[in-house]
Design a protein. Structure first.
Length: 275
């Protein structure tokens, strides 16, 4: 396939041996297989698909670990660190250990002639999420992070991309080819286990603001949260952020509004439907 015009090499494999006792994804191979490792574009297992082409060794390692069977991710991670594929600063969060990618949340949409893929974030999205934050205008950065920022370190993007898809979930809107796409929108929730309410936050690139993308991301989040047994959502914003207030009020539930200092708190419960 790679020798065809615009062809891409694709490796399909089951993540474990037939008896489930060995990982088919390993830190190092003694010899190349059918497709030379340097020529591999896409690798697909039952736990996801990743594009390795043009990625650094560290990015490739994290990508492969993310589509390995959850039972072997911890071992693969530490083996990759041991042989120098991953830096010592890397940590293996619960999301990478146990998270199973929810394919049912994927959707392709068209907004004003632009094809957009809506899907849950993956560990390999770390760099493009970081790049998305850098493209935001100052007012959008303040709306998202509640203060001005001029730099976005890897740990911040890592927190958005390394999720367990249940207690914390990030949905990204991506334009472009798989593996090389550009993030133009992010919606995320993070569960507060004390009250079983998840906090939501959004960021949309300027060229896609006002086109309904935020509403699509919010709908995905609330449907996933309800499916995962979460009781409701809360958003914190400034009283002047009419876009966020109007977006939250599109949900089919009664919204309770409170002032928390100089911030506005918007809360809804999934069992309190708007009449």
């Amino acid at each position: 396939a790679a020798q065809a015009k615009r062809g891409k090499s694709v490796i399909l494999l089951i993540s474990t041996s037939r008896d489930g006792k060995k990982s088919r994804i390993v830190p190092m191979l003694d010899t190349a297989v059918v497709v030379p490792r340097g020529d591999a574009h896409y690798v697909v297992t039952e736990f996801g698909a990743v594009n390795l082409f043009g990625k650094s060794l560290q990015e490739r390692a994290m990508a492969m670990i993310s589509i390995a069977h959850p039972d072997f991710r911890n071992e693969l991670f530490y083996e990759a660190k041991k042989i120098g594929l991953l830096s010592d600063t890397r940590t293996l969060k619960e999301s990478i250990k146990y998270g199973v990618y929810p394919f049912q949340l994927e959707e392709s949409i068209n907004i004003h002639g632009e094809e957009i893929t809506i899907r849950p974030a993956k560990p390999v999205d770390e760099r493009r999420i970081q790049e998305h934050f850098y493209t935001l205008e100052k007012k959008d950065v303040v709306s998202r992070f509640f203060h001005e920022k001029s730099s976005f370190v890897r740990d911040e993007a890592e927190g958005v991309s390394q999720i367990d898809y249940i207690k914390d979930l990030t949905i990204v809107a991506v334009v472009g080819e798989i593996g090389f796409g550009r993030v133009v929108g992010i919606g995320e929730y993070l569960l507060n286990p004390e009250n079983n309410i998840a906090e939501v936050a959004f960021s949309i690139s300027k060229e896609f603001q006002g086109k309904g993308l935020g509403k699509i991301l919010l709908k995905k989040l609330f449907m996933a949260a309800r499916e995962n047994g979460i009781a409701g959502l809360v958003a914190y914003t400034s009283p002047g952020n009419k876009g966020m207030i109007n977006l939250f009020n599109t949900l089919p539930f009664k919204t309770k509004t409170f002032f928390d200092g100089d911030m506005l708190s918007l809360t809804c419960r999934f069992d309190d439907v708007e009449a």
